[in-house]
Design a protein around this ligand. Structure first.
Ligand code: DGJ
Length: 560
């Protein structure tokens, strides 16, 4: 089964539904749709309660998955204006003794999330967490005979558990299934939990693949047909045959990727069989350098769903909806290249983690403008812990506020935004490290977005040409557009100047702003105007201030 489904129901199903009568309709109303990811024309939406949902999330710190730690999480999530919390559920906490499950934390988490009006994305910390076994129960992590670690070519064990450990897979799967069954019991009616991440940043550092006997035998065997169909060799080898024959220098990494993906598939498929929520994997990035990516050289975690092997995950783990990038590379060029490589017709874009330093907040516009399902800065939690230099130094409101301001602007229009994104109407940019203007091509219109401008006047009016608007010392501008009609746009952004000009059918025609309203959407999705921008506020383009601002813009052309 491919979990990613299209919105269009097959005709036979529609007829069957129609014939089923009032009883079936009543039953369907009583058990509304579970969250699911749908695809249409290569774009994706996360359907929650029957409509596209935009995930404006924050991820809690790794150790905040305990009831007494939660108040500091809820407080930060509130300031972040998030609608979803991503938080771990670890194997060690639900099954501290083999076969004895304790779901008290999960019960508290789900109840308190509801009280805080938040949805949840659960992160299953099992066999692999940042590649290591730290979150497995003691009875797993200390018993290498039953739960073997990977072996190198000399037979020396690695820190990382082997994807060929059949007892490890069986035990992880059993715990995961128990969790999903419990979740169905406590949450199927309300669907507070909307997605589940299976394992966390899988792969292995320092060792390309397992050399245990079972792994050696599989490595010498043929590449499965499904992998051949989805993953091309970067350098042409044999069309079929052993991993080395087909993939040459890439064989070790590709084989390990397949082994881990297959392991995850078994867990995800079993979990979905009891409670069918969307599931995904996250990825510790490899540098998005020039293509084709060179073979593994100890420079990233082999076996993880890096951008170069998404095809293997698609082939081996069809119950995983998507692989998402964890973005901790702050450079704008790398962020852009990473988003491009993970957003594919067969892979919905969702950023399950991103640094929480202020400079990352601008990327929310780029990510949501690209039509992502959502985004989650990491460490949105008032625990006294800073993961600087990956994230912010501050652990208080100063850390949360840059994201809270952006989410506050998107929040009221999250549902329509997700719908517009699914229809391919949205675009977004984040200020680049080079601070240079960028253009956004839309239907009949092109936007030029520039940065570091004063709100009034042009740069040539300045006596000191090196003078820049205050608050722009480091890149922090961003804007996202939704084209809601042929000449109509909703814009949300900060620290940018936007000018629009006609293209396509409007090319060469003089144009102007017909109406520019600043305002927001109310709880029913109705636009509420605060003021109409005109005169100074539109004479030099649309100059969005440091506080994220939402505009409803209508453009027009006139005869020259
Ligand atoms: C990525 C991991 O997925 C997270 O669990 C966490 O360890 C962050 N890195 C760094 O704090």
């Amino acid at each position: 089964m491919r979990p990613t489904t299209t919105l269009l129901r097959p005709l036979g199903l529609c007829l069957a539904l129609a014939a089923a009568g009032a009883h079936a309709a009543a039953a369907a109303a009583a058990t509304p749709d579970l969250p699911r990811i749908v695809e249409k024309d290569g774009r994706h939406a996360l359907m929650v309660d029957g409509a596209p949902f935009l995930v404006l999330a924050g991820q809690a710190h790794n150790s905040s998955n305990y009831p007494r730690a939660l108040p500091k999480v809820w407080a930060a999530m509130k300031d972040a204006r998030a609608n979803t919390l991503e938080i771990p559920v670890s194997w060690e906490q639900i099954e501290p003794q083999e076969g004895r499950f304790d779901f008290s934390y999960l019960d508290t988490l789900v109840q308190q999330a509801r009280a805080n009006k938040l949805r949840l994305v659960l992160l299953w910390f099992g066999t692999w967490k940042n590649t290591g076994p730290a979150y497995t129960p003691e009875w797993v992590k200390l018993d290498n005979r039953r739960f073997p670690r990977m072996l190198d070519a000399e037979g020396k064990p690695s820190y990382c558990l082997s994807p060929f450990g059949t007892a490890t897979l069986a035990a992880d799967k059993k715990a995961f299934v128990a969790m999903m069954a419990h979740l169905r019991k406590i949450d199927a009616a309300q669907r507070t939990v909307i997605m589940v991440q299976v394992e966390n940043e899988v792969g292995t550092y320092g060792l390309e693949r397992d050399h245990a006997p079972a792994a050696q035998a599989a490595f010498a065997g043929p590449v499965p047909a499904a992998v051949l169909a989805r993953q091309k060799a970067p350098r042409p080898g044999k069309a079929a045959g052993s991993w080395t024959e087909v993939y040459g220098d890439y064989a070790g990494q590709y084989f390990h990727t397949w082994a881990i993906a297959r392991y995850i598939e078994e867990i995800a498929a079993a979990g979905r069989a009891v409670y069918d929520l969307p599931m995904f994997v996250n990825n510790a990035l490899r540098d998005p350098g020039p293509l084709p990516a060179p073979p593994w050289k100890s420079d990233f975690a082999s076996g993880g769903p890096t951008y170069d092997v998404i095809g293997i995950y698609k082939a081996a783990a069809p119950h995983i909806d998507f692989a998402g990038p964890d973005i901790y590379m702050p450079e704008s060029g790398k962020v852009g290249a990473t988003l491009e490589r993970f957003q594919r017709p067969d892979n919905a874009l969702m950023v399950p983690e991103m640094g929480n330093a202020a400079g990352y907040a601008r990327y929310v516009y780029q990510i949501l403008g690209r039509g992502a399902l959502g985004v989650a800065p990491f460490g949105i939690d008032y625990a006294s812990y800073s993961n600087y230099p990956l994230g912010a130094k501050a652990t208080d409101r100063r850390m949360v506020e840059p994201f809270g301001a952006v989410y506050a602007a998107f929040g009221p229009m999250a549902r329509p935004w997700a719908q517009w994104a699914f229809e391919g109407r949205t675009h977004g940019v984040a200020e680049g490290d080079d601070r240079a203007p960028q253009t956004v091509a839309m239907d009949g219109w092109s936007a030029t977005v520039s940065f570091r401008e004063f709100q009034f006047g042009e740069r040539q009016y300045l006596r000191d040409k090196n003078e820049y608007a205050s608050g722009t010392d480091t890149p922090n501008g961003g804007v996202a557009f939704a084209q809601t009609g042929p000449n109509e746009f909703v814009l949300v952004g900060q620290q940018v100047r936007v000018k629009l000009g006609g293209t396509g059918a409007n090319a060469g025609k003089p144009s102007m702003f017909v109406r520019v309203e600043e305002g927001s959407f109310d709880a029913d999705g109705k636009w509420v105007m605060e003021r109409n921008w005109n005169g100074d506020q539109t004479d030099y383009g649309l100059n969005l201030p440091a506080t994220p601002t939402v505009l409803k813009v209508r453009m027009g052309t006139y005869e020259p």
